[in-house]
Design a protein around this ligand. Structure first.
Ligand code: SF4
Length: 239
């Protein structure tokens, strides 16, 4: 499939200004037509997890199984990620999982739906959902999984291969930190400066599944996630 270099209206106009919670955002995302990906996919796959999660993991886009079930990280890559999270010592109940792009992009080959990497136009169109999610979350660690998530949060010049496993300041390391510097403090819509957090980039779990040496790639993923686990303070950050 050729790169879509055109423009898309973007998700912003589908985000209700009064949506205070992740559940409200998720409900609204079901009607998003911010780019053309909604046409062929089964449904929007929004993030899941507790709003108070200490760790937010951001992947690329839903895969075939996620598209059918409407849930992120429930396919083979998701299973591998859950095992890596366990092996790294991260508490799964403290994790919020989401994707940079909320619809499955694929190419039909016969009856098979083959994953296609989202283009810049899709990442840009979908970014308002990611920004809206972060405005309702309060993570201590953000983990970006793979190049697409890194582009969405950190900009096109960030190289996961060069900077994986490094703890960076969040939101200061974001491409537009101003998009992520405010968090809500109450249901009346009042906001405050987001507390300082950290960001770490690593490979996407699907890259482990595609690697020639899967054991080595898996060890690398776990090593990076272990850096994130160790960077979490022993207790929840004070409010
Ligand atoms: S990929 Fe994102 S912007 Fe495009 S239609 Fe889906 S939710 Fe909207």
């Amino acid at each position: 499939m050729a790169e879509n270099t055109g423009s898309a209206p973007g998700a912003q106009r589908f985000i209700p200004p009064g949506a205070d919670t992740i559940d409200e955002l998720r409900a609204a995302s079901g009607g998003c037509q911010g780019c053309e990906l909604y046409r062929d996919a089964t449904q929007t796959v929004f993030g899941r997890g507790d709003e108070s999660a200490r760790v937010v993991l951001v992947g690329e886009q839903p895969g075939d199984m996620e598209d059918q079930k409407g849930l992120p990280f429930v396919g083979p890559a998701g299973r591998l990620l859950r095992k890596a999270v366990d092996d790294a010592g991260l508490d799964p109940s403290q994790i919020y999982l989401t994707n940079a792009v909320k619809h499955f992009r694929f190419e039909l080959r016969g009856k098979r739906r083959i994953h296609q990497t989202p283009d810049r136009v899709h990442i840009t169109a979908c970014r308002p959902w990611l920004v809206a999610e972060f405005a309702r979350l309060d993570p201590e660690i953000v983990v970006v999984l793979g190049a697409t998530a890194a582009k969405a949060l950190l900009g096109p010049t960030f190289r996961v291969t060069k900077q994986r496993g490094e703890l960076l300041p969040w939101p200061a390391s974001a491409q537009h930190p101003e998009d992520f510097t405010q968090v809500p403090v109450d249901s009346a819509g009042r906001v405050a400066d987001a507390p300082e957090a950290r960001l770490l980039a690593t490979i996407h779990p699907s890259a482990v599944l595609r690697a020639d040496d899967q054991d080595k790639a898996y060890e690398g993923l776990v090593a990076d996630l272990t850096v994130a686990a160790r960077a979490l303070p022993a207790g929840r950050r004070p409010e």
